[in-house]
Design a protein around this ligand. Structure first.
Ligand code: TPP
Ligand code: SF4
Length: 296
């Protein structure tokens, strides 16, 4: 994983498929591309087999565009809908057993640091709410408590979408699903609070209908995870199939849910604020000088 792995081997350029040549010439590798330029460059993720209108796919697409160094990034995933799209992207993807993504990412991130030293090699976990809060819960929490330096993104569609509609720990209380016909009896798990207790250096809740905000959160999370500590993003990525959301209403639903119970929130530790400011020139955390007090 480096800029070199996308380049043509000498003499092979003419024989590579057009898609590959397009990726080398018009892709985002080694450049600074942003979500506001979507449509003007070849994206790392272009095709996927997920349901039409799936908000999770849009979020994954935005997240991948936002990776600060896509040529130096490895994604880690697990069973669930998201991996169907992530595995189609033109960057390395590691797929383990259901729920072991944060254990795999811990080893991978440590190994990459030993192998590449100070060169940034970013590890980003993207997994469903079932994979993160239920089956993978133990490994997620332990990776955070152990301060493993990578980003965990929960694709929170509040259901087991890939297996036809079982409730997850992230389903809201009372929600009726195909395989929870009496309605969920327990509250939605507060993973944000757990991330805070476990010491994540950056935590954000987002919905996909604000691409620039998604981009900003992903960039900060990945950069902070390089040196400061674990980072966590929880994204509402509705399942239009299991929640019967008409495809043309998916973004309106995301907005309504954001306004109601999935408000944008961001926590940045003091150390992470200092690091983003000093290392990457972020201005938003610089203390404004107190207004001069005028005396009569
Ligand atoms: C060990 C193991 N148990 C169960 C499964 C079956 N399985 C595949 S995906 C999935 C649920 C995925 O739900 P979630 O993580 O919320 O992701 P979503 O599909 O909703 O995106 C289950 C139970 C499996 N693949 N491996
Ligand atoms: S089942 Fe739901 S989460 Fe899975 S691809 Fe379809 S709409 Fe998306």
């Amino acid at each position: 994983m480096s800029l070199n792995y996308v380049k043509f081997s000498p003499g092979f350029e003419a024989f590579m498929p057009k898609e590959y040549r397009d990726m080398v010439e018009h892709g985002p590798f080694g450049k600074k591309t942003t979500v506001s330029q979507m449509g003007s460059f070849k994206e790392i993720l272009e095709e996927h087999p997920m349901c039409a209108g799936c908000a999770m796919t849009l979020f994954i697409r935005l997240a991948i565009i936002a990776f600060p160094n896509p040529e130096d990034t490895i994604t880690v995933g697990t069973a669930g809908c998201g991996r169907l799209a992530i595995s189609q992207a033109a960057i390395p993807f590691v797929y383990g057993n259901y729920g072991d993504q944060n254990g795999v990412a811990s080893g991978l991130s440590r190994g990459l640091r030993i192998r590449f030293g100070d060169q940034p090699k970013d590890v980003v976990v993207m997994a469903g709410d079932g994979g993160t809060a239920d089956i993978g819960f133990q490994q997620v929490l332990h990776s955070w408590f152990r301060k493993e330096r990578f980003t965990t993104i929960m694709l929170d569609n509040e259901v087991y979408g890939n297996t036809g509609g079982q409730e997850s720990g992230m389903t809201t209380r009372g929600a009726v699903l195909k395989m929870a016909p009496l309605g969920k009896k327990f509250e939605k798990m507060d993973m944000v609070a757990m991330a805070k207790i476990a010491g994540c250096a950056y935590i954000a809740t987002v919905v996909p209908n604000n691409p620039r905000r998604v981009e900003s959160c992903i960039k900060k999370a990945v950069l902070i995870a390089r040196e400061v500590g674990p980072t966590y993003i929880q994204a509402y990525t509705s399942c239009n199939i299991e929640y019967a959301i008409p495809t043309d209403q998916v973004m309106a639903d995301a907005k309504a849910v954001e306004d109601d119970r999935y408000k944008f929130a961001e926590y940045v530790s003091d150390e992470a604020k200092e690091y983003l400011t000093a290392r990457y020139g972020y201005k938003e955390f610089v203390q404004k000088p107190a207004a001069a007090v005028t005396t009569a």
